[in-house]
Design a protein around this ligand. Sequence first.
Ligand SMILES: *Cc1c(COP(=O)(O)O)cnc(C)c1O
Length: 360
Amino acid sequence: MGRVYNFSAGPAVLPEEVLKEAAEEMLDYKGTGMGVMEMSHRSKAFDDIIKEAEKDIRELMNIPDNYKVLFLQGGASQQFAAVPMNLMKNKKAAYIITGQWAKKAYQEAQIYGEAVAVASSADKTFSYIPDCSDLDIPEDADYVYICENNTIYGTKYKTLPNTKGKLLVADQSSCFLSEPVDVTKYGVIYGGVQKNVGPAGLVISIIREDLITDDVLPGTPTMLKWKTQADADSLYNTPNCYAIYICGKVFKWLKKNGGLEAMKALNEKKAKILYDFLDESKLFKGTVRKEDRSLMNVPFVTGNEDLDKKFVAEAKAAGFENLKGHRTVGGMRASIYNAMPIEGVEKLVEFMKKFEAENS
Ligand SMILES: *Cc1c(COP(=O)(O)O)cnc(C)c1O
């Protein structure tokens, strides 16, 4: 059997081209006589890899010079703690609760200070983004925190919250590099790379320079202090070298394919195919309020659990993998990240049409 259409929410599909290139270089990276997994992180070859990766992501996201790009370990979840440890000068922050990842970040922040939930969409199973135009943000809040694309529930902020002058911190894990962003609107952007960019375990944090200081909460581990990592250019200790290498290749692939504007256009096209079908289908229904729909994660249901199960099983047999929804939402979820080809979405919709005809 060849490769399947992999709709996993993460770790997720990567560009085939990138995987092939990595395979070719597995035993001998560019005449070094060794693979990237085997080489010193202090070597010239790796230094070139990480510098090139940083240069390319800066170009792709148009990251201003006064922002640092850090390649860190511990995944996105580690930043749930690093954010308050590095930013909570007044020990207070505002959190917008739009799903499980936002909630986990909020709960983690409560260990270090007062995390205030200023809005939530928990009342309707996180199926929408709350109105964030006039929130009651505490005067002394150090930052406002959002999870910009909600991987599990399939919602995405189309406009950023009005932070009333406070710093904005965003977990972009599942929409990272899926469309252009205006970095200057954020104090901190971070993303676990296994959703849209590379192998799990690496998180890329883009942090405004003035926020990287020695003034962190007492007890902050050396490794979680952004300044430690920034001063060492992400090489304080041995980084996740192989993941950085793969991300670098994905950045090249994105550049070759037109950058983030082109990616956005393609992602909109792919998502439209699926959402248009969900809107006209008599069997399948999307679970998210239309204006808040994610381009990356598309949850849907039939309304009948047994039929959902049957669909997931038959889809798997037909080569469409990982369509089972998150256990808290049920039903199905198709994650259609950058590397999912448009044919994958077209064929999925064909398959759904066939299933609908056979089951109604
Ligand atoms: C997957 C995910 C996380 C957790 O990532 P880890 O790298 O496993 O810690 C956090 N936030 C969002 C939005 C995610 O999609």
